[in-house]
Design a protein around this ligand. Structure first.
Ligand SMILES: Cc1ncc(COP(=O)(O)O)c(C=O)c1O
Length: 279
């Protein structure tokens, strides 16, 4: 691909945003009790709360909306959607949701109960909320390096394997309904997880017969980091790397508002037939 110093595309739609003064912003933040979730979006000039939905869709994506098959059942648009998801993720069942948080709500609602523990490298805020909503504990087990911003480490999103092993020894299997890996580890600054770490987590899960699910929001960037930083992956494509990564898991949730390059949307995938029926 040719290297350009400019972005090789034209952005053709314009959405006005309201200009605010520093004094107004201070007032608005105070009124929201410094809780960013209580701020009206229309008062936000630069959104630093999330990377969600900040991308622009391509002309082809917008045009595809007009060509979409909205049939009540058997829609060919859904077949196309499922085929392209399965090509990368490889999971048996694909359930479209309106956002990532909706996929989480369904997954944890079906798989978790009060008193359960869900380990993750770091739960994203919506993920934590959905785990806690069903009365389970959301446990963050990222490696210590991942908590030190000044430290250099190629995969600061890795799961702490000792902490995961300790948990599986300390807590009964019945209380750990799934293990989750967030790629990239967004609440920890979008730091990547190595393939070696994915393999190790998967091996522990298999040994204890615990399903492994990915929070796959930025899977493509994670794959690219693996290509750049992990030995043995230099000549693989990000797609091949993503395919290998997902082959170690049993399913995923994903917000399509990030690497999915959509304005809105999400997916829930699983290999578990029984679960897919309940979901
Ligand atoms: C890692 C992660 N998980 C889940 C979500 C929730 O996705 P959504 O905003 O589509 O509900 C986000 C982003 O917002 C995220 O970054």
């Amino acid at each position: 691909m040719a290297k350009t110093i400019i972005e090789p595309f034209r952005i053709k739609s314009v959405e006005p945003i309201r200009w605010t003064t520093r004094a107004e912003r201070e007032q608005l933040l105070k009124a929201a009790h410094y809780n960013l979730f209580l701020l009206p979006a229309s008062d936000v000039l630069i959104d630093l709360l999330t990377d969600s939905g900040t991308g622009a869709m391509s002309t082809y994506q917008w045009a595809a909306i007009m060509e979409g098959d909205e049939s009540y059942a058997g829609s060919k648009s859904f077949d196309r959607f499922r085929k392209s998801i399965q090509d990368i993720f490889g999971f048996a069942h694909v359930i479209p949701t309106h956002q990532g948080r909706a996929a989480e709500r369904i997954l944890f609602g079906v798989m978790c109960k009060k008193g359960d523990v869900v380990p993750n490298n770091t739960h994203f805020d919506t993920t934590r909320a959905n785990v806690e909503f069903v009365g389970a504990e959301a446990l963050d087990l990222v490696i210590p390096e991942g908590k030190q911003p000044s430290l250099s480490h190629p995969f600061k999103g890795n799961m702490d394997m000792k902490a995961l092993e300790d948990l599986t020894n300390r807590v009964a299997r019945e209380r750990i309904p799934l293990v989750m890996l967030t790629v990239t580890n967004n609440s920890g600054g979008g730091q990547p997880v190595s393939m070696e770490n994915v393999r190790e987590v998967s091996a522990v899960c298999k040994r204890h017969k615990i399903p492994l699910y990915f929070d796959a929001c930025r899977f493509a960037e994670n794959a690219y980091f693996i290509k750049l930083r992990e030995k043995g992956y230099e000549s693989k494509t990000p797609k091949q790397i993503a395919q290998e990564m997902f082959s170690y898991g049993d399913g995923c949730t994903m917000s399509a508002k990030k690497d999915g390059m959509a304005n809105i949307g999400g997916i829930l995938c699983t290999n578990n037939d029984m679960l897919a029926q309940q979901e």
